[in-house]
Design a binder for this molecule. Structure first.
Ligand SMILES: Nc1ncnc2c1ncn2[C@@H]1O[C@H](COP(=O)(O)OP(=O)(O)OP(=O)(O)O)[C@@H](O)[C@H]1O
Length: 268
């Protein structure tokens, strides 16, 4: 059974830039982002997560909310193993599919088809299984003949279609999704949103960061509110969102935001 246990997890970033003083000034003006202090060597240190404890089991669908710089992405990346906790303990059981930083690991010289195969192999999917799913992935991406071309020739939107189609074709045990961003046309966004919801529904555990209330209500059964890297509240969706709204943090989620899918942040 998939499980995620975080016990008093903190993550600090040390800033090595020479222009530390002005950077510190900039950061200090932010109301919600991580706590800034100096370490023993007088370097600037940002505490992105501050003693975060979470226990997630099969069936948990956790939404992450909090202002800009509150620590949502850092928490997702820590669960994914991208960042090591500076303090505390983390235990994750189950295969993780991160639906963010989607294009990391793509080989620019390989074709779209070959990149799908490589992504599948990385996620432990057999060659036969991915070949069976290839038509479905190709149809979803709508990239046609471009799938035979090196991905370095793709636009950002094309890369997103490829990455998203490949990632969601393979069932996830633990699915991690970051902010919903619009980098493609409306028709694709609608399709991607449906696919993301189906994909999330099949996962054992979902953790999704979003500023959009309708997304959190549709996908989650509990919400964790972070500010300055620490947990303000965790609990049922309605309860936490109502309190969060009273603090006027949440997007009003107008009708047209309902179509914004989690499609990851492209980092090519
Ligand atoms: N690689 C890094 N180096 C230094 N500081 C970082 C790094 N990544 C994040 N931080 C800092 O950690 C804090 C939390 O950032 P994080 O990206 O996790 O916030 P977030 O809640 O995802 O924000 P947003 O909603 O704006 O995406 C911020 O103060 C940010 O400046």
């Amino acid at each position: 059974m998939a499980q995620i246990h975080l016990d008093q997890v903190s993550v600090d970033f040390v800033i090595y830039q020479g222009s530390g003083r002005s950077l510190k000034k900039t950061l200090l003006h932010s109301s919600t982002s991580g706590i800034i202090r100096h370490d023993a060597q007088h370097r600037i240190q940002v505490q992105a997560l501050d003693k975060v404890s979470i226990q997630l089991e099969h069936g948990d669908r956790l939404g992450l909310i909090g202002g800009n710089g509150a620590g949502k992405t850092t928490l997702l990346r820590t669960i994914a193993g991208v960042y090591e906790p500076t303090a505390g303990r983390i235990r994750v059981e189950g295969k993780i599919t991160p639906l963010f930083d989607l294009s990391i690991g793509f080989d620019g010289d390989a074709s779209g088809y070959d990149n799908i195969r490589m992504r599948a192999a990385y996620l432990g999917v057999s060659r036969e299984e991915i070949e069976r799913k290839m038509d479905d992935i190709a149809a979803f991406t709508e990239l046609g003949g471009h799938l035979d071309l090196p991905v370095r020739t793709y636009s950002a939107g094309m890369m997103l279609r490829l990455a998203f189609g490949a990632a969601t074709a393979i069932d996830a045990e633990i699915l991690l999704m970051d902010e919903w961003i619009a980098v493609s046309d409306a028709q694709f966004l609608e399709k991607a949103e449906r696919r993301a919801a189906e994909f999330a529904g099949r996962a054992s555990i979902l953790v999704v960061a979003s500023h959009v209330e309708s997304v959190l209500r549709r996908l989650c059964n509990k919400v964790l509110w972070l500010e300055n890297g620490h947990v303000v509240k965790i609990g049922p969706v309605d309860e936490v969102l109502t309190e969060y709204r009273q603090n006027q943090h949440l997007d009003a989620a107008p009708a047209n935001r309902d179509l914004e899918p989690t499609v990851g942040k492209l980092t090519m």
